[in-house]
Ligand binder design. Structure first.
Ligand code: GLU
Length: 427
């Protein structure tokens, strides 16, 4: 049975690169009916923080990942690491240096790693210093604790980022020294920013939380991340995790660096938003609006659902909904100033708007087609194109030059608010 693990250090937020590592390990396990374990690498007692661990676990759950068995905490296993290091001292393969224990590296050796993604990688031990196993503060070195745990947890496949490639030959030496069976290793190329440098803060958001706050759906972020390093057979791009798990093979992972393209992520997010049933979008958007400072406590679900229907095909993130539909939720929405001059500056436009409002006030049924009929007949009478009335009205009502269909918006906004805005703008 294949057993993989995700081994985060709780010293920071869940980075996109770590999330991708977790996703691929999860896919490998779920594809093969194996196990996906979580190990908390909290040996750095100063930098590790429970709030980061909570954040990482929440991030994984949010992305749709579940794990098997109990969490293993390295901070609770110091005795085990010390014991294993003492064994190596007893066997003459390690030595003490004060309170620290170091592994004696045999020079002149070649260590070959059969990497599942990159093929054979060769290292010369010539370049290795003796390796710390236990530091002088009693905590284990990463490479050593990692080997002791991967072996005791029965890990069969280690899939992690390329930033660990140089650790691997050292870990291989420890497997040999401890007489343990080697797992298979696969190192995935790191995620690069658009400029080709390793993805970092200066490229924008790097933590899962930042994307969550922007209004990316977990399904979309997960789907996008698994395309950074893997090309699904057949080239399908929209691939929810469960479907991806059926298709995923570690061997199909790419050995070239993947570029993070936020536009593509947005496109994908838009696709997932369009597919969501309105009932599922509603609580998500309510939450996003509240996070972004809108008071929607008095907007009932029925009204909100109608606004969502009008905008769901236009938004790429949940946050964009509030940006495009802000005028439903507040009366002091921003107005495009340039457009105000163009559409509401000319006296003739304002007179048309006043007349349009007056006729709408008398309308028996305030429905999109009735409103449209009023607009068109007014335009015909005044020898105008309908657009000559629609643009000023849209600006007055929404503050914007674009958006969902105007007549529909008017109906959703309601006659009173619509007319008040038209009259206010036409003064
Ligand atoms: N704690 C290590 C990290 O966060 C895990 C490395 C590994 O997967 O072996 O990078």
């Amino acid at each position: 049975m294949i057993t993989v693990r995700f081994a985060p250090s709780p010293t920071g937020w869940l980075h996109l690169g770590s999330a991708r590592t977790a996703l691929f390990n999860w896919l490998a396990a779920r594809h093969a009916g194996g196990r996906f374990l979580l190990r908390i690498e909290d040996t750095d007692q100063v930098r590790s923080d429970a709030k980061f661990l909570d954040e990482i676990l929440e991030g994984l759950k949010w992305l749709g990942l579940d794990w098997d068995g109990e969490l293993v905490y390295q901070s609770r296993r110091f005795e085990l690491y010390r014991q294993k290091a003492e064994d190596l001292v007893a066997a003459g393969q390690a030595y003490r240096e004060g309170p620290a224990i170091l592994y004696k590296v045999e020079p002149g050796r070649t260590v070959e790693v059969e990497d599942m993604i990159h093929g054979t990688i060769t290292f010369q031990t010539e370049n290795f210093k003796d390796q710390v196993l236990i530091k002088s503060d009693g905590s284990p070195a990463y490479n050593f604790a990692c080997v002791v745990d991967d072996s005791s947890q029965g890990i069969t496949h280690i899939l992690r980022g390329d930033d660990h490639i140089t650790n691997t030959p050292k870990q291989v030496l420890f497997y040999e020294a401890l007489g343990l069976t080697l797992p298979k290793f696969g190192h995935m190329p790191l995620i690069m920013g658009p400029d080709g440098a390793k993805l970092s803060k200066r490229h924008g958001g790097v933590s899962v939380r930042e994307y969550q706050n922007e209004g990316f759906l977990p399904e979309a972020l997960a789907n996008y991340l698994i395309l950074l390093g893997w090309t699904p057979p057949g080239g399908t791009e929209i691939l929810p995790l469960a479907e991806a798990a059926a298709l995923f093979e570690i061997q199909d992972m790419n050995d070239v660096q993947a570029k993070f393209d936020v536009q593509k992520l947005k496109w994908m997010n838009g696709e997932y938003i369009m597919k969501q049933p309105a009932a599922a979008l509603l609580p998500l958007l309510r939450g996003q609006l509240a996070r972004d400072g809108f008071d929607v406590s008095r907007v009932d679900d029925g009204l909100l659902a109608r606004i969502i229907e009008a905008y769901r095909v236009r938004i790429k993130t949940l946050r964009e909904f509030g940006e495009l539909a802000d005028f439903f939720f507040k009366d002091d929405f921003a107005v495009d100033e340039q457009a105000r001059e163009k559409f509401l500056g000319p006296a003739e436009n304002r007179s048309n708007l006043r007349e349009f409002a007056a006729r709408l006030e008398r309308l028996d049924i305030f429905s999109p087609d009735r409103i449209e009929a009023v607009c068109r007949s007014l335009a015909a009478e005044r020898d105008l194109k309908a657009a000559g009335i629609i643009h000023p009205a849209r600006l007055a009502i929404t503050g914007k030059t674009k958006g969902a269909g105007l007549f529909e918006l008017m109906e959703i906004l309601g006659r009173d608010r619509t007319l008040a805005r038209m009259k206010g703008a036409a003064l």
